[in-house]
Design a protein around this ligand. Sequence first.
Ligand code: SF4
Length: 58
Amino acid sequence: MEENQRINCSVSSCKYNNQKDQLCQLKQIVVTPIQGIETKQADESMCSSYKNANQNRF
Ligand code: SF4
């Protein structure tokens, strides 16, 4: 990953989201395709690094 790359994200329920600046705090994330969805729109992908803010287990 490039040093200056950053991930803007507005998923406020994710524990890695800096809600003030709408930034992902991870150095890298994993994005995966959603099986069975072929809309050719953004909903074909999802962030697999998401963790719910209220979840403490890994
Ligand atoms: S892990 Fe994914 S969902 Fe969570 S803040 Fe980062 S980019 Fe957003």
